[in-house]
Design a protein around this ligand. Structure first.
Ligand code: HPA
Length: 271
């Protein structure tokens, strides 16, 4: 693993004239709009990067983008990898290790999620305060390289409180409604049954999705402060559950995306 990380880091450095990003960004499904705000200096297709898995979803263009956003040097993953695509947890989280190797000092993650909290509506934003991992595997399982982090990483503050406070302040000043809540990660790819949505709410989650938690575990393991935000694209309220429609999810993501981008661009300049 260490050798693969090193090889990939060296490749990216070579291709980008030693570009040194300060912040890493992982953009979720239908949430690539932030890319338009970046003064792009380099773009690398995942398929050309050694040791990088390739995103299989057609709506994920699968690119690493390096450039400047609101004065900060950033590296953004346009197109994330999901467990349901068949990758291992270590493959999914490999890019986080590489971004850390390139020098990032914090990680920002976005995703599309289903609301479980009746107060949180489709199209709203939710800052992730904490998570529950219900995915059936862990990216740190079997990892023996102590250089990468501790055997038993602390998870008492997986999402950095000081960054959350900043984001809440920014949301107020730009007049965007933004909830805070608990994200539960499931493996997918099927959506939840009514009984499952009910269960996920009962165990304390406000939103459910199929991503983010593996990357956040690895970022914490690597000592990186994390900020994560969900766009709520559907409502998993058991009593009134409608059949799942991917186009509606992508439409809801596209609609809410500008609100998220507003908060993130401002937040990045303040990190
Ligand atoms: N469930 C799981 N993952 C999701 C959902 C959902 O309702 N919406 C978007 N991603």
């Amino acid at each position: 693993m260490l050798r693969a990380i090193e090889e990939t880091v060296e490749y990216i450095k070579r291709k980008t004239e030693n570009f040194k990003p300060e912040i890493g960004i992982i953009l979720g499904t239908g949430l690539g709009g932030l890319v338009k705000e970046i003064e792009v200096e380099h773009q690398l297709m995942y398929s050309n990067i050694p040791n990088f898995p390739i995103s299989t979803l057609e709506f994920h263009s699968g690119k690493l983008i390096l450039g400047t956003l609101n004065g900060k040097k950033i590296i953004a993953m346009q197109g994330r990898l999901h467990y349901y695509e068949g990758y291992s947890m270590q493959q999914i989280t490999f890019p986080v290790r590489v971004m850390k190797g390139l020098g990032i000092e914090s990680l920002i993650v976005s995703n599309a999620a289903g609301s479980l909290n009746p107060e949180f509506k489709k199209g709203d934003l939710m800052i992730i305060e904490d998570h529950i991992n219900l995915q059936p595997d862990n990216p740190l399982r079997g990892l023996i390289e102590s250089e990468l982090g501790p055997r038993f990483p602390d998870m008492s503050e997986p999402y950095k409180r000081s960054i959350i406070s900043k984001a809440i302040e920014i949301a107020k000043t730009v007049d965007v409604k933004c909830h805070k809540g608990v994200y539960v990660a499931v493996s997918g790819p099927n959506l939840e049954t009514k009984a499952e949505y009910k269960y996920l709410r009962l165990i304390g989650a406000d939103a459910v999705g199929m991503s983010t938690v593996p990357e956040v575990i690895v970022a914490n393991h690597a000592g990186l402060p994390v900020f994560a935000i969900s766009v709520l694209t559907d409502e998993g309220f058991p009593e009134e559950l409608k059949p799942f429609n991917l186009d509606e999810i992508l439409e809801a993501a596209a609609k809410a995306e500008p609100k998220m981008t507003k908060i993130l661009t401002q937040l990045i300049s303040e990190l």
